[in-house]
Design a protein around this ligand. Structure first.
Ligand SMILES: Nc1ncnc2c1ncn2[C@@H]1O[C@H](COP(=O)(O)OP(=O)(O)O)[C@@H](O)[C@H]1O
Ligand SMILES: [Mg+2]
Length: 376
């Protein structure tokens, strides 16, 4: 039997829960070509939400095309332009011949070499002369708009891990160029999302940056407890097993409402349950997940300074006033400059999440491992 829980993959159809408001907003923005920026730590459900909205919006509107680009491994402009051109052609062509035609038609100054991929399922790739693009990126930046005008499409370009553009050479110059093109598009809108909250905030909410006020800002939250409880009990029931409300609640609590971990813990619990779940099973499942991750957690912890580790220890102990003299002495946090530095680098390393000044662990399993296996 297939397990009724998924993690590490896009959550679709019956594996997708909650997010009604966010889905409605995104579908409506897709349909009315309003730019959207989605910010949340990784594994909270950005890709799943975008996939859900894509499904609904494209079913409603057959002239709508959604083009998805992931910048997770993109470190320079060249690679960015290449992906953009390739994916726009792919998303707007039903056959590779059509993509080739578009490439010929819409590139006049830069002529890409077209390489056809293996099984012809729209698999084309383009080889650009980088020196040419550098002189003339405009054709690529406006490609979607030109194709949309020609074919009567509306296009939404979704860019994942968008904050990576802040690490290209001359990032502000590049961002200015993107924005100056994109804001003139009439038939194309953008959905830009990313997992590094501090970097995304800098790109989109800093008034001196080119992308300031580019679109609707959506801060995706975790999924709330009532939705999870309902989801977990339904998934159990649909597969002939049962779980009491208290145990579902325990799963959600141990996984701190974190979408990926709730699904993983629910799955591990489900696998261990013959027909009726128990509290002991949930705890066993939780322990087993932490054991699987412990090597990774050791490595992460080894990369931290003593001040940073002490900072985490004080947080786990529930200390709220980290800069009070008593706390500093008790946890050996160093000078107040040390504390500021620790805090900043723990956020930059994605160990802590900073929501309007309120710090929390990004990874609930890491927090639990520190508390029960490391700080003992
Ligand atoms: N709406 C949802 N309903 C149920 N599970 C979800 C939902 N969104 C995310 N998840 C869980 O979280 C995991 C990570 O989601 P994903 O969309 O890849 O997050 P992100 O793109 O923010 O990294 C999924 O594999 C799934 O287990
Ligand atoms: Mg994602």
């Amino acid at each position: 039997m297939n397990t009724p829980f998924v993690f590490g993959k896009i959550a679709r159809s019956e594996n997708f829960t909650d997010r009604e408001k966010e889905t409605t907003l995104l579908v409506s923005n897709f349909n009315s070509l309003i730019n959207t920026i989605i910010i949340s730590p990784r594994r909270w459900g950005k890709s799943s939400l975008v996939a859900k909205a894509t499904e609904i919006a494209t079913a409603q509107n057959d002239k709508l095309r959604i083009c998805k680009i992931d910048l997770f491994n993109v470190r320079n402009e060249e690679h960015f332009y290449e992906l953009l051109a390739q994916n726009v052609l792919k998303a707007t062509s039903s056959k590779w011949e059509e993509a080739v035609d578009s490439a010929k038609k819409f590139f006049s100054r830069i002529v890409p070499k077209i390489v056809l991929g293996g099984d012809m399922q729209n698999e084309i790739s383009l080889d650009f002369d980088w020196a040419e693009i550098k002189k003339n990126p405009d054709e690529i930046l406006d490609l979607a708009e030109h194709i949309a005008a020609e074919k009567g499409f509306r296009i939404v370009i979704c860019v994942d891990e968008f904050q990576n553009i802040a690490e290209f050479d001359a990032p502000e110059y590049f961002q200015k160029r993107l924005r100056s093109h994109w804001q003139q598009h009439q038939r194309v809108s953008y959905c830009l999302y990313g997992s590094k909250r501090h970097m995304m905030l800098d790109v989109f909410t800093n008034s001196s940056m080119p992308f300031y006020k580019f679109g609707d800002l959506l801060f995706l939250e975790k999924i709330d407890t009532p939705s999870w409880i309902l989801f977990i009990s339904e998934q159990f029931a649909n597969t002939g097993k049962s779980i009491a409300k208290e145990q579902s609640e325990l799963i959600v609590h141990l996984a701190d409402n974190h979408p990926y971990y709730v699904q993983q813990l629910a799955q591990q619990t489900w696998l261990r349950t013959t027909d009726r779940c128990s509290e002991a099973i949930v705890y066993q499942a939780h322990t087993s997940i932490i054991e699987q991750l412990s090597l990774l957690f050791v490595t992460i912890t080894e990369s931290l300074t003593n001040n940073q580790i002490n900072f985490l220890k004080a947080m786990i102990a529930g200390e709220s006033a980290l800069s009070s003299a008593g706390t500093i002495a008790k946890y050996r946090l160093g000078s107040s400059a040390n504390i500021t530095r620790s805090r900043k680098s723990l956020i930059e390393k994605d160990i802590l999440d900073n929501r309007a000044g309120e710090l929390s662990f990004q990874d609930p399993m890491y927090r639990s491992w520190l508390q029960h296996s490391y700080f003992i």
